[in-house]
Design a protein. Structure first.
Length: 183
């Protein structure tokens, strides 16, 4: 059965954005981006909340000339199905995209049972819903060598997750990729 995979680029102290919403420190270099691409290559569907979708929709039209790693990601993103869980988003600005008004664990479980490829859940708030519903099979955390002191946490509070370390990798820029199975 395909897996539901949560991936995030996080600060060492566990935030995807600082207290001002900045995440400029998390932009991956080509080495890290290539690994992210290989991870996302497995996914046929992306699940987003509104805010994450509004960031990611830039990949629909982004200029990638002279940037092969970015071009590769843009092609992967455009080819995938996308489901945006939002009560406020009125329309989408990308192909292969639909809106669901509420996060429905049953819908996500059905996707897992019927999909022919993995499913990626993007954004910590939507991932928190999926983690609480015990739907996430794997977590990939790309830990950046920066402490931001607060902001939007990569992982939710108030739940316990038993994890199994499946792999790790260190990058030249100081980023460490941690791959966990969720039990």
């Amino acid at each position: 059965m395909p897996k539901l995979i949560y991936s995030a680029i996080t600060s060492l102290d566990g935030y995807v954005a600082d207290e001002n919403g900045n995440w400029d420190w998390s932009v991956p270099d080509d080495e890290v981006h290539a690994v992210v691409n290989d991870l996302e290559r497995r996914a046929g569907t992306y699940l987003y909340g509104r805010r994450m979708y509004e960031v990611m929709v830039a990949w629909e039209t982004i200029e990638t000339e002279g940037a092969p790693v970015m071009r590769d990601y843009a092609e992967l993103w455009r080819a995938a199905e996308k489901i945006v869980f939002s009560r406020t988003l009125q329309s989408v600005a990308s192909a292969r995209t639909r809106i669901e008004r509420d996060f429905d664990p049953g819908l996500v479980q059905e996707l897992k049972e019927t999909a022919d490829r993995d499913i990626s859940v993007g954004g910590p708030e939507l991932a928190a819903h999926a983690l609480r519903a015990e739907l996430v099979d794997e977590c990939h955390l790309f830990v950046s060598p920066v402490v931001v002191g607060g902001g939007n946490p990569a992982l939710p509070g108030g739940i316990r997750l038993d994890l199994e370390l499946l792999g790790e990798r260190r990058f030249g820029n100081g980023v460490v990729h941690l791959h966990y199975g969720v039990h």
